[in-house]
Design a protein around this ligand. Structure first.
Ligand code: ZN
Ligand code: ZN
Length: 371
């Protein structure tokens, strides 16, 4: 099958022919139907060898939709034939955070003693979904997507779940009088606007310096859209209750912290590498908070999938063939991709030497589903 693999740190990934994986134990095999490209893939491919404890070659792809086509001997076979999206955090399931339903803060995600980052899940330490097929260790990491289009389902795995988690954890301050700001109307920000609306935010202001994003923000439910936060200040009525920063430069974080209302909260989601000085008497509104959430729990993914199934969430996605992966990553780096870029692999059966194996898997599914 075809797979987009990182073979060397600091280099672009390559399109390679690899064996179709065989599910063992409780593993399930997915035929990938769509996989989103994420800016964090660029951080991984740009990294030095000392940054990640990930074995290479590594198939990228942590935003994956697929159909379950085969199951290991100990797997839950009720998933065969199901359309799914993969929760990309392959959490341990039994640490104290997993027990609290906070799998995105699983204790196994701690960095190694040498500072390298531990594997997280598919595409981030384990083989991911930029391929025709992918194995998941257990059905615990799958969420059913029903009739949702794969190109809509895939971005929910990361962009959707991350935006949902960022908003959901501040639900207690989101009401009809709340003034909320979304900085960066890209792959995550455009979803956050709609999720804020769903949570009942009174006023949603969007900030993005790319003029083409501002009509999109208004269309998706923002009350106003501005080129920068300074321009938005008069509309904040004394300060914002909640600011979601999907950019994450020092500039966006510092200006956002200064724009908070007393008791206001700054949520830093973007990974542009900026920093923010934290302190008590540094000229910010009293009671301010900042947090830097990571991805989303399985329940966040389930919730955002339900929103999409009920047509409460519009996902801006453009599809490309899997074989264009390297070119689309270059465009992502150049900033010329709007919405989410989603790659669609050729069906497993239509590709070359694995044909016999693929046919066997498809007929397995037909058998199981027909039972
Ligand atoms: Zn990502
Ligand atoms: Zn855990």
């Amino acid at each position: 099958m075809l797979a987009v693999q990182l073979t060397e740190w600091g280099c672009e990934p390559q399109l390679r022919a690899v064996a179709v994986p065989e599910p063992r134990g409780a593993e399930l095999l997915l035929q990938v139907t769509a996989a989103g490209l994420c800016r964090s893939d660029l951080h991984v491919m740009d990294a030095a060898e000392s940054s990640f404890d990930y074995p290479l070659p590594l198939t990228l792809g942590h935003e994956v939709a697929g159909t379950v086509i085969d199951a290991g001997p100990d797997a839950d076979r009720s998933w065969l034939g199901e359309a799914v999206v993969v929760h990309g955090i392959w959490s341990c399931g039994h640490c104290r955070n997993c027990a609290r339903g906070r799998e995105n803060y699983c204790m196994t995600l701690r960095p190694r003693a040498d500072g390298r980052l531990a594997p997280i899940g598919n595409g981030l330490g384990h083989h991911g979904g930029l391929a025709q097929a992918m194995v998941v260790p257990s059905a615990r990491y799958l969420v059913r997507t029903g009739d949702l289009a794969p190109a809509v389902a895939a971005p929910l795995a990361d962009a959707g779940a991350t935006a949902y988690h960022a908003v959901r954890q501040h639900a207690d301050v989101i009401d009809e009088s709340a003034i909320c700001v979304v900085i960066g109307v890209g792959g995550l920000g455009h979803l956050a606007i709609q999720i804020l609306r769903h949570f009942g935010a009174g006023r949603i202001l969007a900030v993005d310096n790319r003029p083409e994003t501002r009509p999109v923000a208004l269309q998706l439910g923002s009350d106003a859209a501005f080129a920068d936060l300074t321009a938005a200040i008069p509309a904040l009525d004394g300060g914002a209750d909640l600011i979601l920063d999907f950019v994450g430069t020092s500039d966006t974080m510092e200006s956002a912290a200064r724009a908070l209302a007393p008791g206001g909260r700054l949520v830093v989601v973007g990974s542009a590498g900026g920093g923010l000085a934290v302190g008590k008497h540094i000229g910010l509104a009293s009671g301010w908070q900042v947090n830097a959430p990571f991805w989303g729990a399985r329940s966040d993914l389930e919730a955002v999938v339900a929103l999409a199934i009920n047509e409460k969430l519009h996902v801006e996605a453009t599809t490309y063939p899997l074989t264009d992966a390297v070119a689309i990553y270059r465009r992502l780096r150049a900033g010329t991709v709007t919405g989410r870029a989603v790659l669609v692999p050729p069906l497993l059966t239509s590709h070359g030497p694995q044909h016999a194996e693929a046919s066997r898997q498809i007929s397995n599914v037909a058998r199981e589903v027909g039972r």
